[in-house]
Structures are given as structure tokens and as C-alpha cells.
Design a binder for this molecule. Structure first.
Ligand code: DC
Length: 229
């Protein structure tokens, strides 16, 4: 089977990882959640005191970014989990605080440069589904299939809240919606690689789609790109 790169970009909490993970599983590709990489950097910065809810020490972050080793390992359920300098941090990076921090560290040029370098290395042999904000525009501008996924902020906030509640976090809808909007604003307006739709991306608004409908659509596009549809 022809090996391609599938780049899935879009706003936070619109289901990019569900979509990417399922496709990768179906077609036997590697799945890379680049948001998890920015989240792990955020966690590392919080732990070292280079970041708190109000400010960040950009100088220290830039100086230490090359000491952050990120790696994905597959667990016994077949799911990729992120390791930060050898430690599994998959659970710790999923809180509201760390996700907000991820959006802030992702505005730093040196952080983006290092993570993009690591991501490009992961895709060297193709056969990869990668999701994020700049995959089709910066990381793999020549990706054979680019998707730009979107849904309304209200629907994304509801989905995010359900996820957090299921994990036992105490959150209220108003805060989650504000967080979604704040991250959208920052992701779209930062100077370094803002969230942009690649010209050749296929736009999918999944506000009114079930996961099954979305997956059928994606698989059709994938089959076309590898030349079997
Ligand atoms: O997809 P996510 O919510 O896990 O991503 C967390 C943050 O990381 C998000 O606010 C923006 C940033 N990010 C980025 O700037 N570029 C990427 N390729 C992936 C994520």
C-alpha cells in the first residue's frame, strides 16, 4: 500500500485526535498527537517554576528546550502515550491548567522550532497521521492529505467538559467555554505559526456529524489519496 502523510489541523477540542487515532488504527499508520508534545513542555515548565498561571520565564524556557526529550510509547491497549524525559505524563498533561499553559508555550518560537524538528523526524518514512495546528502548513506542507477540522465553540466546550467530568475534574461550562475561546484567540493570532487553514486542506465541520459519519468521510478521502477509490 502507498504510504502517505495525513495532516489533521483545527481548533482545540473539535475531535482531531479521535479522528486521527481511528484512521491510524484502521490503516495501520503511526499516530502522533502534537498537542501532547506542547502540553508536555507546558508541564515541564510548570514543574521547573518557569511558568505559572500568570507569567512565563521565556529566557529559561528557550535555554532549556533542547533538554526536553519527548517520546511516544504504545501501551498494552495499543494507544500511544507521551513520555517526558522517560516519565509517562499522559494523565498529568490533560488538565485545564496544563492545556492553557500549552497554548502559551506554543507561542515561543524556539519551542515551536524544536518540536517541529522532532515531528518532521517522526514522519520521515511517511505512514503517519499527525494532528495539531500547523501540520499541513509548517510541519508537512507537502502532506498528501490535509484536513482542517472545525466545529462551533459551544459544541467544542460541551465535548471538552464531558471529557473532563468523565475524568473526575470539577469544571463548569462557563469556564470551559471561556477557555476554548481564549485558546482559539491565541492559536489564531500568535506570531509564530498561527492556526491557519492550508490552501489545499479539505475542511470538515463536524458540529452536526456523528463520529461514524466523520470517519466514513475521512476514510473516503484517504482511499482516494492512496489511489484505491
Ligand atoms: O491539541 P491540544 O489541545 O492538545 O493542544 C494544546 C495546545 O498546543 C494548543 O492550545 C495549541 C498548541 N499546539 C500548537 O500550537 N501546535 C500544534 N501542532 C499542536 C498544539
Amino acid at each position: 500500500m502507498k504510504q502517505i502523510i495525513v495532516a489533521i489541523d483545527g481548533f482545540s477540542s473539535c475531535g482531531k485526535s479521535t479522528m486521527a487515532k481511528q484512521l491510524a488504527h484502521e490503516v495501520g499508520y503511526i499516530y502522533v498527537d502534537t498537542g501532547a508534545m506542547y502540553r508536555a513542555v507546558s508541564l515541564f515548565c510548570y514543574r521547573n517554576g518557569w511558568m505559572n498561571d500568570e507569567s512565563m520565564d521565556i529566557y529559561s524556557i528557550e535555554k532549556n528546550i533542547e533538554n526536553i526529550q519527548l517520546e511516544f510509547r504504545i501501551n498494552k491497549n495499543g494507544t500511544a502515550e507521551i513520555f517526558l524525559n522517560g516519565e509517562n505524563v499522559e494523565k498529568e498533561i490533560r488538565t485545564l491548567e496544563i492545556s492553557n499553559g500549552a497554548s502559551r508555550v506554543s507561542t515561543i518560537g524556539a519551542v515551536r522550532k524544536e518540536l517541529v524538528r522532532q515531528q518532521q523526524k517522526m514522519g520521515i518514512n511517511k505512514g503517519i497521521v499527525m494532528d495539531g495546528r500547523d501540520i499541513g502548513t509548517v510541519v508537512f506542507p507537502k502532506a498528501e492529505l490535509k484536513i482542517f477540522l472545525t466545529a462551533t465553540p459551544e459544541i467544542r466546550a460541551q465535548r471538552r467538559m464531558d471529557e473532563l467530568l468523565a475524568k473526575g475534574e470539577k469544571v463548569i461550562y462557563k469556564d470551559v467555554l471561556a477557555n476554548v475561546k481564549e485558546r482559539d484567540e491565541r492559536d489564531q493570532n500568535r506570531k509564530e505559526s498561527p492556526l491557519l487553514q492550508a490552501e489545499d486542506a479539505v475542511v470538515i465541520d463536524n458540529s452536526e456529524l456523528t463520529i461514524e459519519q466523520q470517519q466514513i468521510l475521512l476514510r473516503k478521502l484517504f482511499d482516494q489519496r492512496i489511489g484505491i477509490a
